[in-house]
Design a protein around this ligand. Sequence first.
Ligand SMILES: [Mn+2]
Length: 430
Amino acid sequence: MTEEIVSADMVARDNDARAATLKRDYEALGEQLDRRGIAIDAIRDKVAAFHVAIPSWGVGTGGTRFARFPGAGEPRDIFDKIEDCAVIQQLTRATPNVSLHIPWDKADANRLKQAASRFGLGFDAMNSNTFADAKDQELSYKFGSLSHADAGTRNQAIEHNLECIEIGRTIGSKALTVWIGDGSNFPGQVNFARAFERYLDSMRAIYAGLPEDWKLFSEHKMYEPAFYSTVVQDWGTNYIIARELGPKAYCLVDLGHHAPNVNIEMIVSRLIQFRKLGGFHFNDSKYGDDDLDAGSIDPYRLFLVFNELVDAELNQVEGFEPAHMLDQSHNVTDPIESLMLSAVEVQRAYASALLVDRKALEGFQEANDALMATQTLKVAFRTDVDPILAMARLQSGGAIDPVAAYRASGYRAKVASERPAVAAGSGGIV
Ligand SMILES: [Mn+2]
C-alpha cells in the first residue's frame, strides 16, 4: 500500500469543493473539441499517462553566484528529498520518478529503494558529478574531469561514473546522465581537439560499463561553469558524441543550454530524425541558463517543442522514447510548488500539442499557405486545456488544484518544525 504524506481526506475535501465546476468546464471543452473532431477523453488519458521526473536537487532551494536564501524546512538529505518528491507526486500524479545525483544523494542503495517504494516512487536517470570536488576526493576537477590533461584525474572521473551505474543498477535506474564542467575560461587555455579526444576516450570507457538495457545521456551546455569554451558546447557536438559512442548513447536537451533565440524545437526535430534524442531537462530562461520554471517565460516555445514530440509519437518513430525531467533552480519560491506547477506546464504543452490538426497542417504546408499553417498551431496553443489536466489529475487520485491542496495541507510548516534550518551557502545548482 502506497503511503500518502498529505492527508487523503484533506485532498478529497479540497477536490469536492471544485469538482462540480471542473465537470462543467470539462464538458464545455469536450463539446468544443468534439466540433474539431477531437475526443477529449482520449487526450485526458494520454495526459494522465505522461510523466516527468523530479530531480532530487530540485526540492532544495537554489541560489545564484550572489547568494542563496534558504527556505523553511529544506530537505536535509536524500530521504527528506524523497518525501518532498512524494508530495509532488501525490498531488499532481505526474511525477512518479526521482532522478538522483551522486555524490549528493549517496546512501545505502537498499534504503533508497525502500524509501522510494514506500511512496510508490521509482528512480529515473542517475546523474554523475565531476564538475565539483567531492569530500575527501584525491584529485581535483578544477581544470576538468573527463577531458582533464592528467590521466589519473580522468580515470577518477570514469570510476565515479561507473560507481553511479552500480548504484543505479541496485535501485532500478536505466540511464546515466553525464554532465561535466569541463572547458576553459581563456582563449588558448586548452587545445579544443585534444580536450575533446580525451573526453571521447573517457566516455568510451564509461559506455563500456553500461548494462545492456541502459542508456547514456550527454547534455550540452554553451557556457558555465567554464565561460570561454565548454567541451560539450552545443547540440552538434552532442550529436557527434552520441554517434561516436554507439546505439545506447543519446543527447539530452536542456532548454536553458542554448544561445538566446536559438530554434530549440528544430534541434529537437533533427535529433529525433537521426534517432539520437534522449530526452529533456525542462526549465525556462530569459537571458541565459536562468533555470526558471518550465513554461514561465516562453510557453509557446515549450509548446513548439512538444509539437515536434507529438509529431514523432504519432508517426511512431522507431526507438522514440524520450526521458522527461525538470531541471530548475527555485530561488524565490517554495520548490514543491514550483515543481508541481512546472510538471503541469509540461503536461499542458503536451496536451496542447495533441490538439494540433496535423492533417490540416500538412495540407497548408503542401500548399505553401504559411498563414494558415501557423494559425493551425496557434488554434491548438490558444485552447485552454486546464480542464483536461485537472480531470487527468483527479481521476488518477491527485488534486484538482495542487497548489491550493498543498497550501491547505500545512506540509511546509510541518517540515519546517522538523528540519533544522540549513545555513545560507553558495548556489550549488547545475
Ligand atoms: Mn540540465
